[in-house]
Ligand binder design. Sequence first.
Ligand SMILES: [Zn+2]
Length: 280
Amino acid sequence: MKRSSKAVHRLSRRSFLSDIGGGTVAVAVFGLAACSTPESEGSANAGTTTPGTVGTAPELEPGQSESGQATSDAEVTPTETAPAGPLAWERVNLGFVSAYVLARGSELAIVDTGTSGSEGEILRAVEALGGTWSDVNHVVATHAHGDHVGSIAEVMAAAGQSTGYAGVDDLGAINAGRDLVGLRDGDEVFGMRIVSSPGHTAGSISVFDEASGLLIAGDALNVEAGAVTGPNPGFSADVDLGNMSVQRLAELQFETLLVGHGEPVVGGAGEAVVALAASL
Ligand SMILES: [Zn+2]
């Protein structure tokens, strides 16, 4: 794959629940090695990847940008143009936890890196999307727990030109081998919006692609037996704050939900989160 566009790392200073959380987020338990027990999810499909696509690839006409709009040198500059086009995703099913690889145009992004030793399975998902490590430009950690960042140093070493990211309040608990960019609510990576989702950890973030109706929630949400649930009380630093994050996520418009623990919800996921939020 050749890279034709450059991602935007537009880092704003807007914040959301970090204000609401106040001092309570300080009790975050970063020392947890995992945020779900291996027994809580079947491992029969461990190591497999599940493909998904969101949207349909548009036929581009001469003079059109990938966003479908007529190009204009006056209004668009490459460094301010987010990756355009439909989003495809691969689930890296590691048994009790999942990582995800996203593709848009010629760029790839990885969201979470699974447990230690998961880089081989992640590479398989990268290749399933037609790429190699050199096509991976972004590595996003939804939070600092070991079953989500266990392979981040290996992944970022393999994808040597990639930029790594995590929520600002989880940065200090992640060893990625090189510096990570701290993300706040409203920041943008890979054309997707970062939604602050604290509670499971202080710096938990979700990744939202509005155009495709796709939300990757890390452990801010779970899926158990097909039902969307909130942050796991047994593994979350501040459940009340986590439930407030569920309320925030319920305001987003999406159809597909990808979580750290549980099966993807493809279709109707937003409605399920609205129902969950109403029950809290
Ligand atoms: Zn977790």
